[in-house]
Ligand binder design. Structure first.
Ligand code: UT7
Length: 310
């Protein structure tokens, strides 16, 4: 039996920040943001809603959706670069909130590729037979590390959480292959000092190259080709970067997830939020071959090929 996704959930803050709202904060325009990034609006968490609260909202739904209870969880992995505090980890805070008394818990820090790192880690524990249910969450409150005076970054990011339960799935389904990678020499292009600092053009070039490569690599490792792909879920950073990955796989536009317009770049949360969105929209069906791919600060990247279904 393989390891696959057996439960999903997401949490998005209610408050919407539109491009028109941003025009009043920094020297920008709705037109610039739409054409350069594809973003129309993003969600911003209230002051009293922290990363662990959003993680809890998404986790509760994923556990329920998997048809298990919190005590069935063997491990909690939280991918985030915006924890409530350095320690205890968000994963430990969540373990208490959920009453997941049997679960080991730790955070994973791999920026926007964090969810990919989390899901691949979960896969190892499931496939080795050591654990049965691993909760993997991508969650960010990027609004608290955003410099609202810097138009280069202020227009890009949003808050939110997505969660999945990784467990055993039937033969032929689940995660077929993966790739994880890092290039520390590119760390200078995207990092947090007090706020997020980014060399957009360098990150853009890296992302366009890496997303396409990683997609093709996981297909190759699974003995598949781009013709086999039913749906692509790329990290939702910028529509132009996503489009480059889609074109590399020669997929029509309707076969790629696009949530960046509504939620902006939610870093580690963007892929799991998109999974929920696309399932609810009926775009993902059992036995579909889905490629998920992420990249981010570090620099880091990760991709999986997954045959959907339990
Ligand atoms: O999850 C990973 C995180 N990061 C990313 O994925 C970011 C990857 N990079 C990008 O998405 C793009 O590089 C950006 C969207 C950040 C920028 O787009 P770009 O097409 O690379 O623009 P640019 O940085 O080359 O800037 C073009 C112009 C500049 O003006 P000048 O120098 O040509 O006069 C900028 O100052 O656009 C200006 N600019 C803006 N104008 C209006 C930069 N930000 C803004 C803004 N509003 N918000």
């Amino acid at each position: 039996m393989g390891a696959g996704i057996i439960g999903i959930g997401r949490y998005l803050p209610e408050k919407i920040l539109t491009n028109a709202d941003l025009e009043k904060i920094v020297d920008t325009s709705d037109e610039w943001i739409r054409t350069r990034t594809g973003i129309e609006e993003r969600r911003i968490a209230a002051d009293d809603v922290n990363t662990s609260d959003m993680a809890y909202g998404a986790a509760k739904k994923a556990i329920e959706n998997a048809g298990i209870s919190a005590t069935d969880l063997d491990m909690i992995l939280v991918a985030t670069v915006t924890p409530d505090r350095p320690f205890p980890t968000v994963a430990c805070m969540l373990q208490e909130k959920l009453g997941a008394v049997n679960a080991a818990a730790m955070d994973i820090s791999a920026a926007c590729a964090g969810f990919m790192y989390g899901i691949v880690t979960a896969k190892q524990f499931i496939e080795s037979g050591v654990y049965k249910n691993v909760l993997v969450i991508g969650v960010e409150k990027l609004s608290k590390i955003t410099d609202w005076d810097d138009r280069n970054t202020a227009v890009l990011f949003g808050d939110g959480a997505g969660a999945v339960v990784v467990g055993n799935v039937s033969e032929g389904r689940g995660i077929l292959s993966f790739e994880l990678g890092a290039d520390g020499t590119g760390g200078k292009h995207l990092y947090q000092d007090e706020f997020i600092i980014m060399n957009g053009r360098e990150v853009f070039k890296f992302a366009v190259r890496q997303m396409g490569e990683s997609c093709l690599n996981v297909l190759d490792k699974a003995g598949l080709t781009k013709e086999d792909v039913d749906f692509l879920i790329p990290h939702q950073a910028n529509i132009r970067i996503m489009e480059a990955a889609r074109q590399r796989l020669e997929l029509p536009p309707e076969k790629m997830s696009k949530t960046v317009n509504k939620y902006g770049n939610t870093s580690a949360a963007s892929i799991p939020i998109s999974i929920v969105e696309e399932l609810e929209a009926g775009k993902i069906k059992d036995d579909d071959l889905i490629v998920m791919v992420g990249f981010g600060g570090g620099l880091t990247w990760g991709a999986i090929a997954i045959r959907w279904g339990r």
